[in-house]
Design a protein around this ligand. Structure first.
Ligand SMILES: [Zn+2]
Length: 195
């Protein structure tokens, strides 16, 4: 997910102040796949091999996300169709940083949901922003890079980020959640189209 909204809140400083020892340090920056590439529309495969290759993939994903100034990135956004996402999402409670393998998203029951409508952007739809309504709370169950079960819980902007990245792994994009008209005008304003 793109970062504009949270960047304005100034929770994190400039790119240069990023710690040298954090995730992505050993990663290679890879190009971010853009809308129109079929890999973004294909549901990603479950990870079955929790080895050094998966660790390197996560490093590359962190490096690519930071280079693109994002706060979340799914593996298919660098062309790898596997169910993995990384995030570094600054919120008022602090910085949420991590990686989830084979995530399963859990949202509150429809009757208990509080929807928040906020601006959302995506590194794979460069320059596009739109208000998207999403539940204000989300839980993701999945695994870490060693295959240990983990649960990640988010509210507000971080909940949005978790949902955005899980959508990617199912072949979804935030523009799918826009009314037809809004989606059309957003794509037109970016000179983009999707068949
Ligand atoms: Zn995205």
């Amino acid at each position: 997910m793109s970062e504009r909204t949270v960047k304005q809140s100034g929770e994190r400083g400039e790119q240069e102040t990023r710690p040298q020892a954090g995730p992505g340090r050993r990663g290679t920056v890879r190009p971010i796949v853009q809308l129109g590439d079929p890999v973004l529309r294909k549901p990603c495969a479950e990870v079955t091999d929790f080895g050094p290759e998966l660790e390197q993939l996560a490093e590359d994903m962190f490096a690519s996300m930071y280079a693109a100034n994002g706060c979340g990135l799914a593996a298919n956004q660098i062309g790898v169709s596997l169910r993995v996402f990384v995030y570094d999402c600054p919120t008022e409670e602090g910085d949420h940083v991590g990686v989830v393998v084979n995530p399963r998203l859990e949202l509150p029951d429809v009757a208990d949901r509080v929807l928040l409508e906020e601006e959302e952007g995506c590194l794979s739809i460069k320059g596009g922003w739109a208000r998207v309504a999403r539940p204000s709370y989300a839980v993701v169950h999945g695994f870490d890079l060693r295959g240990e079960p983990i649960t990640v819980e988010g509210t507000g902007y971080f909940a949005r980020c978790l949902q955005h990245e899980c959508d990617h792994l199912d072949g979804g994009l935030y523009i799918d959640r826009l009314p037809a008209r809004a989606r059309k005008s957003l794509l037109r304003s970016l000179n983009l189209q999707e068949g």
